[in-house]
Design a protein around this ligand. Structure first.
Ligand code: ADP
Ligand code: MG
Length: 399
């Protein structure tokens, strides 16, 4: 993997000021975070730097304030959650640069942690304004980026700062980059990719990138319907993008040319109405879908065939559920394949990397998220990486 400087490359940091970009964009309810996974992910980096005697200044965005101060989007709102997860007191600093920051650094002792306010309160952040980045950089001795989830944005705190100070990947960033490299950078073949979810249109670039890189492309979810339609299957009332069948055929042709086997389901689970355990539930061959039926999951025969495929593979990358998993029993295929992937991973025969908002929810629902090699909670950044796009925040860290 292209080399990134990590915390292992830092010398003595005692008394130095570390500017650390973290992800504090937590889901909130009643003034408290409902999920602190993102803070837990960055805790090792923050504590390692603090314990080595650095003065740690945390830098993050929170919501979309569009370049203006909003009391409802101050990072001070997550100070309590941060203190609970870290088990330390934190000093909130209501600026990102200037005399208030300078004075606060004077008050912080070595090993103390300060929390700067929402960096998106200033328009220079999203504009990646060099003068703005320089204003922040002036307070720090070095920069650490531990927010992979924001790395697809070329903003001052995610990209600009990396060019102005010695820059390092934090521990969470390092883990994410290693996992992604193992899954699609220089993976052990054969590689299988599962691409599911609702629509082909949201994942065209993902599909185009993957057909040239993986040996098996497994298509499920609503997007399988578009591919089935492209192959001449009547998908009835299923979610299907009929205007994209030419595109789907082009992807199938390209896969053929690059030696990538595309797996579409032979059997599917259908119903006349979209509800939990509907009376009209049937499992049928794809050629037997009635005009008034919807395909809501791939069928058990398809799942069995896919299990056999995974058993021959060394690497799996997964984005998108195979069915409408939020509603029973249309979670069955996703849960079954996820459990097989988890078991193969635990046996040591498969490296499994998954990501995507609904995919993470589906793996949690299946109870196997912690049995995959790596599950990315990064959302947009994970998808752009699956599209094969360079991420500005990652590129800027290359040594
Ligand atoms: P991710 O967030 O992991 O990238 P997507 O947002 O692309 O995943 O897709 C997830 C959504 O796709 C889920 O809400 C799921 O219900 C829906 N979905 C999957 N299969 C079907 C289907 N056959 N018909 C309708 N919706 C589906
Ligand atoms: Mg989604």
């Amino acid at each position: 993997m292209a080399a990134f400087r990590t915390l292992d490359d830092l010398g003595d940091v005692a008394g130095k000021v570390a500017l650390v970009r973290v992800d504090l964009n937590l889901p909130m309810a009643d003034g408290r975070a409902t999920d602190v996974t993102r803070v837990e992910a960055s805790a090792p980096t923050i504590l390692e730097l603090a314990d080595a005697g650095a003065k740690v200044l945390l830098l993050a965005h929170f919501g979309r304030p569009k370049g203006m101060r909003h009391s409802t989007m101050s990072t001070s709102l997550v100070q309590g959650d941060l203190e609970r997860v870290l088990g330390r007191e934190i000093m909130f600093i209501p600026e990102v640069m200037g005399p208030v920051v300078e004075q606060s650094i004077g008050i912080l002792r070595n090993g103390d942690i300060g929390l700067l306010d929402n960096v998106r309160f200033w328009p220079g952040e999203e504009a990646n304004d060099p003068a703005f980045a320089q204003g922040i950089a002036a307070h720090g001795d070095f920069y650490v980026n531990d927010a992979f989830s924001a790395a697809h944005r070329a903003h001052a705190s995610t990209e600009g700062l990396a060019h102005l100070l010695p820059a390092y990947a934090g521990r969470a960033m390092e883990r994410e980059l290693r996992a992604l490299e193992a899954a699609l950078g220089t993976p052990q073949p054969p590689v299988a990719a599962v691409v599911g979810g609702a629509k082909v249109s949201t994942k065209l670039d993902v599909l185009e990138n993957l057909v040239g890189r993986v040996q098996h492309l497994i298509i499920g979810g609503g997007m399988a319907n578009t591919f089935l339609a492209a192959r001449g299957v009547d998908v009835g009332k299923s979610l299907c993008e009929h205007d994209l069948t030419d595109t789907a055929n082009r992807i199938l042709d390209r896969a053929d040319h690059s030696g990538c086997t595309v797996h579409l389901p032979y059997d599917v689970v259908v119903a006349r109405e979209f509800a939990a355990n509907p009376a009209s539930l049937r499992t049928v061959n794809v050629h037997e879908v009635a005009a008034d039926e919807m395909i809501l999951d791939i069928g058990p025969q398809a799942v069995e065939a896919l299990c056999d495929v995974l058993k021959t593979c060394r690497t799996l990358v997964w984005n998108g559920p195979l069915g409408a998993f939020e509603t029973e029993p249309f979670d069955a295929a996703t849960v079954a394949l996820a459990r097989i992937a988890a078991a193969l991973t635990q046996d040591g025969s498969l490296i499994s990397v998954a990501g995507g908002g609904d995919t993470v929810a589906a793996l949690n629902h299946a109870g196997v998220a912690d049995q995959f090699s790596y599950v990315s909670t990064a959302g947009g950044a994970f998808l752009e990486w699956m599209e094969g796009k360079p991420l500005p925040g990652v590129e800027a860290l290359r040594a």
